[in-house]
Design a protein around this ligand. Structure first.
Ligand SMILES: CC(C)=CCC/C(C)=C/COP(=O)(O)OP(=O)(O)O
Length: 627
């Protein structure tokens, strides 16, 4: 059993505890003298079978160990000593995919040329529809909406921008939509599309759907399409938009009450939106489900529908091949055997990558993000579960040094993780130097170290049974969530459009990055904390809030949910023009939160993957859309 005594800066765990106070003092004074001379003293203690570990934040932050102590002497103490170590091992289920995707690694990336040609022809037809002169520009609003929801907008970005800008100039005066005589459905779609495009329009335009008492009119109850569109539009809300809050409550209540009485195709659409509003859905999942909804709409455009199906399937083969390559890399690394305590979640990590970037030009970014997720999951399980505090201190020091020479100082299982982290870095390094973007490496390394220090602080809290205040927790969990690191890898993968100012911006934790980090952290904590507490885990947002304000778990969860709603308003606000950085960079931040919303919807589907996440992966990566 592990015993932890705290004597100033040193803790000892020993089977010769009677001597431990004396030994502790020897070690403490050696450390405090900060000389190399204490090495023999440590050796002599080791001979008497004492496991030493050193874990005060102060000492580590001063880099005392790094600069003055031989890591290898401590490491050998660790590995030589015969102790029964307590590990918070979580009993994670094996992968539900096995080697399924490896078969795709050997497939050719040559697409069927007939299909490619067909896609090109159909794309031209859609482009002609978009740019054609028509009397009612609003007809194009619904066309644009369908193109976006079918997952095709990446082919028509310039045309969509031009049309929406045109409509905005014609219909919006100082942000107020005027001269607009269409029905609620069209109005709400237009409102949403303009906001999605970053163009601010006031929600006051919905006032005309209220009755004399100031409530949304009961007349709307028979207009299911209108209510559904209004419901979708409300998710674009920013702070202070009470009318959209009211519209959200009104539409949610009524759509929920009628969902079971609607015709089949409407019922599917309404239930799908209520479960996952399109603004917070992963774009590929939205495309997959909207293709079926659109197909059942009698007014659908056949050319657009077929284009959507062909394009979806073509991208699917690209994504399958990429998943295959990553699964092959994982298999060759032999991770499940090397780190059997960790989650075997390569496929789910690839899903993260795909959720953040689906477009073909972002192949490199997808690969980098997926690999970082894999590494982060292994690291998370090492710090959260398997590693002992002394091993983790060593690992943290090794990360601070970032040097292959640290390998010898680590326990065997950690050597593998450390090497994987450094190998991945070297892979990025080669690419970045070839692209003349070597400067990004420092941003990556710096954020990786901050991320690891965050984990280390949490591990120390757990060991010392420290219950952090909410403020302490928010500060440290921001680092341990690795959110800035994740953004940095996204931007590294996006090529030279990501100039240095983008990295400076993201590293300064602007409002949108803070908001996204809050969404991801709190969402995760709400869904995972109960399970994690059972296996022994540092307090999460939920426990910190319960403790600090002496309230129930349920009330703390409600507060967390309120903060998530607020953070989404910040995100929406920051996506309105003028934006601090170009929209493609903000889209990655939005997409990270969307994946989070989907994976952690009602439970932790990332850890327990046999449920909804398996269905999603099947829909995006296994089953093609029937043509
Ligand atoms: C830098 C990156 C990409 C970080 C992501 C880490 C990760 C996979 C967290 C999910 O696991 P979890 O739900 O167990 O997380 P936690 O332990 O933080 O609750």
């Amino acid at each position: 059993m592990l015993h932890t005594n705290r004597f100033g800066s040193i803790s000892l765990c020993s089977n010769v505890q009677k001597k431990s106070i004396l030994d502790t003092n020897i070690i403490r004074s050696a450390f405090h003298r900060q000389t190399w001379n204490f090495r023999p003293q440590i050796r002599s203690i080791q001979d008497r079978g004492i496991l030493l570990f050193y874990h005060t934040e102060k000492a580590v932050s001063q880099n005392l160990l790094l600069t003055n102590c031989s890591m290898s002497s401590i490491a050998s103490l660790n590995s030589d000593a015969k102790f029964e170590l307590h590990r918070n091992v979580a009993d994670f289920k094996p992968s539900v995919w096995g080697d399924y995707f490896v078969q795709h690694a050997s497939e050719s990336m040559e697409f069927d040329q007939n299909i490619v040609a067909q896609i090109e022809t159909r794309k031209n037809d859609v482009r002609n529809m978009l740019v054609s002169k028509i009397e009612k520009p609003l007809a194009k609003v619904h066309l644009i909406d369908s193109i976006i929801r079918l997952g095709l907008s990446y082919h028509f970005e310039d045309e969509i921008e031009e049309i929406l800008q045109h409509v905005y100039n014609d219909y919006a005066e100082n942000g107020e939509l005027t001269n607009f005589e269409e029905n609620l459905c069209s109005l709400a779609v237009l409102f949403r599309l303009l906001r999605q495009q970053g163009l601010y329009v006031s929600p006051n335009v919905f006032n005309k759907y209220k009755d004399e008492k100031g409530n949304f009119s009961e007349r709307l109850l028979s207009d299911v399409e209108g209510m559904l569109s209004l419901y979708e539009a409300t998710h674009m809300m920013v702070h202070g938009e009470d009318i959209l809050e009211e519209a959200l409550v009104f539409t949610t209540t009524h759509l929920e009450s009628i969902a079971n009485q609607l015709s089949c195709s409407y019922a599917i659409q309404v239930k799908q939106s209520l479960r996952q509003t399109l603004h917070k859905n992963v774009p590929r999942l939205e495309a997959r489900s909207y293709i079926s909804i659109y197909e059942h709409n009698p007014l659908h455009d056949e050319n657009l529908l077929i284009l959507a199906k062909l394009d979806f399937n073509m991208l699917q083969s690209l994504h399958q091949k990429e998943f295959g390559n990553l699964c092959k890399w994982w298999k060759e690394l032999d991770v499940p055997n090397k780190l059997p305590y960790a989650r075997d979640r390569i496929v789910e990590c690839c899903f993260w990558g795909l959720g953040i970037f689906f477009e073909p030009q972002y192949s490199q970014a997808r690969k980098m993000v997926s690999k970082l997720f894999v590494i982060a999951t292994l690291t998370d399980d090492t710090y959260d579960a398997y590693g002992t505090i002394d091993e983790l201190e060593l690992f943290t020091m090794a990360i601070e040094r970032w040097d292959n020479s640290c390998l010898d100082s680590l326990p065997d299982y950690m050597k593998f993780l450390y090497r994987t982290i450094l190998d991945f870095y070297e892979e990025i390094e080669v690419d970045m130097r070839n692209e003349g973007r070597g400067y990004v490496l420092n941003y990556y390394k710096k954020e990786f170290k901050i991320y690891i220090q965050g984990y280390m602080s949490e591990a120390r809290w757990l060991t010392s049974k420290h219950k952090p205040t909410l403020e302490e927790y928010i500060c440290v969990s921001r680092d341990s969530a690795g959110y800035a690191l994740l953004n940095i890898i996204c931007y590294i993968g996006m090529g030279d459009s990501a100039i240095e100012d983008i990295f400076k911006w993201v590293s300064s934790w602007p409002k949108i990055v803070n908001a996204a980090a809050a969404i991801c952290r709190i969402k995760d904590d709400i869904m995972t904390s109960e399970f994690e507490q059972k296996r022994g885990h540092v307090s999460s947002f939920v426990e910190c809030y319960m403790e600090q304000y002496e309230i129930s778990r349920q009330a703390a969860i409600q507060e967390g949910q309120r903060r998530i709603v607020d953070a989404w308003k910040d995100m929406n606000e920051e996506c309105l023009r003028p934006t601090k950085v170009p929209m493609p960079f903000l889209t990655r931040i939005l997409n990270i939160c969307r994946v989070m919303e989907v994976i952690y919807k009602d439970k932790d589907n990332f850890t327990n993957t046999e449920g909804e996440l398996k269905t999603f992966i099947k829909a995006l990566l296994v089953d093609p859309v029937p043509i």
